[in-house]
Design a protein around this ligand. Structure first.
Ligand code: FAD
Ligand code: NAP
Length: 323
């Protein structure tokens, strides 16, 4: 089996930035897009804080630009390919993946690997939630993506769960469609940045519900959401709230499950532990973006880490005489 220079796993800002730098260094990297090509920003509307776009730019368009810049310099894109394991094999790594377009299982050998698999939306873990998630938000009324599903909730009442930037952004966006948006938060103050919080709370269509979380979903005969049970986090009282949609915005879990047997070190929340320059505990294995960062979680910081990981991998390959 031939050994390739560099695998980049993930097609968010971290993965594509790593690919731009590695491709320009003539490493001909192979980038696995995973099932969410473009990463988390493809689920949002306008990105107002990515430098270089003073008027803002739509998330999906920004990520299409990242992709074009990476392929322009010779990145090999593996579309629809989800990596299932990364294992040490001699001095390099055996990367296995499922090609969901071709319905095949494949593997190749690489000298170095950059993990940029980001993070996935979290749910509450309530009874029946899994069944909801097997359907689309349109069908069931439960989703974590207002951009994807918001338009299905015209002139009805919906709720966003959470108190961070995502919750505020989703709630503001949903007011374009819904007649009312409840912003349900488990505490009495938002975690979101000041500007996002103010924007949401000033919107007359958004009604905050403080100190509450959900304890149950209620569906109609067609399996579509018609109400939730609210649980008061202070006095434990339960009340019913009629609505047609719930948009979950309670944070994310790092996508590291497929790395269980890799020998990597993780922190208590599953984020990959790194040293200076995106290096992990395993030489030749680098980690960039939200998969290793529970603190900043921004497109620009993910992109910055992608750059660092690519430069580190170039040095690493050079030190082994592969480049
Ligand atoms: P991600 O963007 O999460 O990309 C991960 C990639 O890994 C995906 O392509 C996925 O398909 C791939 N992947 C996962 N598992 C595998 C696997 N096993 N094999 C192959 N590929 C895999 N940040 C801002 O700076 N500004 C904003 O305005 C902003 N708005 C946001 C709005 C929303 C709704 C959300 C959820 C986040 C927002 N963020 C924003 C945060 C920002 O999107 C993230 O910080 C950033 O996308 C992280 O980039 P990443 O490359 O680390 O990972
Ligand atoms: P977050 O900041 O982690 O906020 C998650 C929210 O969900 C918190 O308010 C948390 O409550 C609540 N929560 C968590 N678990 C819960 C549970 N089990 N039950 C009920 N509530 C729960 O996540 P995020 O809002 O997705 O933001 C992630 C990152 O992306 C942040 O760094 C953010 O700045 C960034 N982002 C930026 C933008 C932007 O700049 N335009 C937009 C979106 C996201 P507590 O507050 O009580 O912990």
């Amino acid at each position: 089996m031939a050994t390739h220079n560099l695998a980049i796993i993930g097609s968010g800002p971290a993965g594509y930035t790593a690919a731009i730098y590695a491709a320009r260094a003539n490493l001909a990297p192979t980038l696995f897009t995973g099932l969410q090509a473009g990463g988390q920003l493809t689920t949002t509307t306008e990105v107002e804080n990515y430098p270089g776009f003073p008027e803002g730019i739509m998330g999906p368009e920004l990520m299409t630009r990242f992709e074009h810049q990476a392929t322009r310099f010779g990145t090999v894109l593996k579309q629809g390919c989800e990596v299932t394991s990364v294992k040490r094999d001699g001095a390099g790594f055996l990367v296995s993946w499922t090609d969901h377009y071709q319905a095949t299982e494949e593997k190749e050998h690489f000298h170095a690997v950059i993990i940029a698999t980001g993070a996935s939306a979290r749910y509450l873990g309530l009874p029946g939630e899994k069944e909801f998630l097997d359907g689309t938000g349109k069908k069931t009324g439960l989703t974590a993506c207002a951009t994807c599903d918001g338009a299905f909730f015209k002139n009805v009442e919906v709720a966003v769960i959470g108190g961070g930037d995502t919750a505020c952004e989703e709630a503001s966006f949903l007011t374009k469609f819904a007649s009312k948006v409840y912003l349900i938060h488990r505490r009495d103050s938002l975690r979101a940045s000041k500007i996002m919080a103010e924007r949401a709370l000033k919107n007359p269509k958004i009604q905050p519900i403080w100190n509450k979380t959900l304890s149950n979903y209620h569906t109609n005969a067609k399996g579509k959401l018609e109400a939730v049970t609210l649980l008061d986090t202070v006095n434990a009282q339960e009340t019913r709230l009629d609505l047609s949609g719930v948009f979950m915005a309670i944070g994310h879990t790092p996508n590291t499950k497929f790395l269980r047997d890799s020998g990597l070190h993780f922190d208590e929340n599953g984020y990959i532990e790194v040293e200076r320059g995106c290096r992990t505990n395993i030489p030749g294995l680098f980690a960039a973006g939200d998969v290793r960062d529970h603190d900043y979680r921004q497109a620009v910081t993910a992109a910055g880490m992608g750059c660092m990981a690519a430069l580190e991998s170039e040095r690493y390959l050079g030190s082994l005489g592969h480049h």
